[in-house]
Design a binder for this molecule. Structure first.
Ligand SMILES: *[C@@H]1O[C@H](CO)[C@@H](O)[C@H](O)[C@H]1NC(C)=O
Ligand SMILES: *[C@@H]1O[C@H](CO)[C@@H](O)[C@H](O)[C@H]1NC(C)=O
Ligand SMILES: *[C@@H]1O[C@H](CO)[C@@H](O)[C@H](O)[C@H]1NC(C)=O
Length: 156
């Protein structure tokens, strides 16, 4: 559902960008930073302390885990890690300002660690704050890239 509206938004943005006459190009310069996406992407490992070994090779990934983006305690978006432990959350930058995401939001995984390793706790969560790592270009869109600072186990 969220992805569907995101695709729609993207199509509208692309259509608008094509329709905007050259005379309004200056305006495009002003709007430029708004016409984009925010992407939060990372790898979730099956570990409570964020220690992923040398280059992440010695720790298995945590697949099929539900990663929640929480802002002020509210879940605003979710994604599930794939078989490579990778999750990706796309947000529209009109509703989500990257500085606010970094200062006021965090990633929370309530899927128990015991799911990926029976020796690990069956309660608690993995939590990480966010950091921005740059902006990339996807077609006509600017994509602000955010990654987790590192997931740590929280027993509560
Ligand atoms: C870890 O990554 C660095 C940089 O990519 C590389 O030079 C090094 O050989 C890697 N170490 C192992 C054990 O793969
Ligand atoms: C997991 O997602 C990433 C990013 O979309 C992709 O590159 C990778 O191939 C996927 N892995 C599997 C096993 O599907
Ligand atoms: C499962 O967790 C235990 C306890 O932390 C650890 O010793 C073991 O290496 C883990 N197994 C795998 C496959 O990572």
């Amino acid at each position: 559902m969220a992805l569907k509206s995101l695709v729609l938004l993207t199509l509208l943005v692309v259509a608008a960008a094509i329709a905007v006459p050259m005379a309004q190009a200056q305006l495009g310069g002003l709007l430029g930073p708004l016409l984009g996406l925010v992407r939060i992407q990372g790898v979730l490992y099956c570990t409570p302390n964020g220690d992923i070994g040398v280059n992440g090779t010695s720790t298995p990934v945590f697949s099929n885990a539900l990663v929640e983006l929480q802002c002020g305690g509210n879940v605003v978006s979710t994604a599930t890690t794939n078989l490579s432990g990778i999750f990706s959350i796309l947000l529209d930058p009109i509703s989500f300002v990257t500085s606010t995401l970094v200062s006021g939001c965090e990633l929370v995984v309530n899927t128990p660690l015991a799911t990926c390793n029976a020796s690990l706790p069956s309660i608690g969560s993995l939590e990480s704050t966010l950091q921005q790592v740059g902006i990339s270009v996807l077609g006509l869109l600017n994509v602000a890239n955010l990654i987790p600072t590192g997931f740590l186990y929280n027993a509560i």
